[in-house]
Design a protein around this ligand. Structure first.
Ligand code: 13P
Length: 242
């Protein structure tokens, strides 16, 4: 059975002054079985690990290199993330695919590195608005899934996040039917039917419950609404109740 996961992606946001939000999350009820995850900028990973130690809140990175160490200025390895206290790493986010030209084959190599380092890879897929308008959503998403998921991926080491590019940070979400259509297709296509499938893109306290009520939605990957514990806490509670 897939387990429920509420994951927060802080993206390039967060200074030490924001560690207070993590203190608040740690003080909240434990939430769903697979737990609560915060993926902060790498600069906050170590201080967050100290705060979250022994709590229900887990930590993750937002990207990793394919190598475990070496001459790659500015990059961070999966081994380093694990060493700093991460349990997960987000890979192939559309912002990285767009800003850094990451192809699915590159994402798969990063996921392999994450698995080798003992991290759970959260592999992101999602169509652009033009692709949806052209009726290509399932084709694009399933091709990204196939190309980005390495051999050996299973429910214990991999989570899939469906994030329509046009829904990220825009306040626009697909209809529930559109989310269900993609998640049902992902469930049929993942190499291990027990993999958790997260929805991401403008998830908020006000729309979380109806999204979590869908059969093949096992949680969310939340951007903006994960930055404040009060909002993320409401999303976690909605997932717990689903
Ligand atoms: P928002 O929740 O801000 O739309 O971001 C979603 C996202 O990209 C999470 O990875």
């Amino acid at each position: 059975m897939p387990c429920k996961l509420a994951a927060g992606n802080w993206k390039m946001n967060g200074l030490r002054a924001d560690l207070d939000e993590l203190h608040k999350l740690v003080a909240m009820q434990p939430g769903p079985e697979c737990g609560v995850l915060i993926c902060p900028p790498a600069t906050l990973l170590a201080p967050m690990a100290a705060i979250a130690e022994g709590s229900h809140v887990q930590l993750g990175g937002q990207d990793c290199h394919t190598d475990s160490s070496g001459a790659h200025t500015g990059d961070i390895s999966a081994t380093m993330l694990a060493d700093a206290g991460a349990r997960y790493v987000i890979l192939g986010h559309s912002e990285r695919r767009a800003d850094h030209g990451e192809a699915s084959s590159h994402v798969a190599a990063k996921a392999r590195a994450a698995h080798t380092a003992g991290l759970i890879a959260i592999i992101c897929v999602g169509e652009t608005e033009a692709e949806r308008d052209a009726g290509r959503t399932l084709e694009v998403v399933l091709a990204q899934l196939q190309g980005s998921t390495p051999d050996g991926a299973n429910a214990a080491n991999t989570v899939i996040a469906y994030e329509p590019v046009w829904a990220i940070g825009t306040g626009r979400t697909p209809t529930l039917e559109q989310i269900a259509e993609v998640h049902d297709a992902l469930r049929a296509a993942v190499p291990d039917a027990g993999m958790s499938l997260l929805y991401g893109g403008s998830v908020k306290p006000g729309n979380a419950a109806e999204i979590f009520a869908l059969d093949n939605v096992d949680g969310a990957l939340v951007g903006g609404a994960s930055l404040k514990a009060v909002d993320f806490g409401a999303i976690i509670a909605a997932l717990d109740a689903a």
